[in-house]
Design a protein around this ligand. Structure first.
Ligand SMILES: [Fe+2]
Length: 218
């Protein structure tokens, strides 16, 4: 199900909900195997990263490259070359990830040559500490298209996805996503952030699992 909020040749944003009957559980459970993100202080972020093209309907893994954002995009880890483990084949080509990638390609009208970058991220939160999913705060990722897919939330509160017209304005969109809920947006037009997550009262820890897709136009 996809609900189009505003969609034209000047792409704005769309939001929707992933189907839960096509390997969604396998994708959700794969977050438990993500390795710790070594580029961040503390042990609250776990992450894999892969690049793919979708050629004639087939997902083709692209050579691993380092991931780097300029410091004007990421004031927290700008100009730092980062290398992450690849997303395992079983997850990458599973039914849920496949349909997510193909839908993203269609929504963004990407060509077969376009590279889609995939970040699979788990935010772990403990001891009632508020953990920010994006330590850099309100930001853009430096692409044309950005997809934020919340895959699973386990005993956490917070994590609202927030979108902004400008960095120093209040968000025009602030919503706590259900499992499978997503938004695809024009990353050059909007800024984004996610509210801190923390364990539900009475819980020692919780998880907030998200897939982030990015692509340049083309
Ligand atoms: Fe981001």
């Amino acid at each position: 199900m996809t609900k189009v909020l505003e969609h034209s040749t000047d792409f704005s944003l769309v939001q929707g909900l992933l189907a839960k009957d096509t390997g969604f559980e396998m994708l959700a459970s794969s977050f438990a195997d993500l390795p710790l993100d070594p580029y961040i202080q503390g042990d609250f972020r776990y992450r894999c990263y892969s690049n793919v093209k979708i050629e004639a309907g087939h997902i083709r893994r692209q050579p691993t490259k380092t991931f780097m954002q300029p410091s004007h995009i990421n004031q927290y880890l700008g100009d730092v070359e980062r290398q992450y483990q690849e997303i395992p084949e079983q997850t990458l080509t599973g039914a849920a990830m496949s349909s997510m990638l193909k839908d993203f390609k269609d929504q963004c009208a990407l060509s077969d040559d376009a590279v889609i970058e995939i970040h699979q991220i788990r935010i772990k939160t403990q001891s009632r500490n508020a953990t920010p999913p994006a330590p850099e705060g309100v930001h853009q990722d430096g692409f044309n298209y950005l997809g934020i897919y919340v895959i699973g939330t386990q005993t956490v509160e917070g994590g609202e996805v927030m979108l902004y017209e400008a960095k120093d304005e209040a968000p025009f969109f602030c919503e706590r996503f259900a499992d499978g809920q997503y938004v695809i947006l024009n990353d050059a037009r909007y800024f984004h952030n996610a509210a801190p997550v923390l364990p539900l009262p009475g819980q020692d820890q919780g998880y907030w699992d998200v897939v982030v897709l990015t692509a340049h136009a083309g």
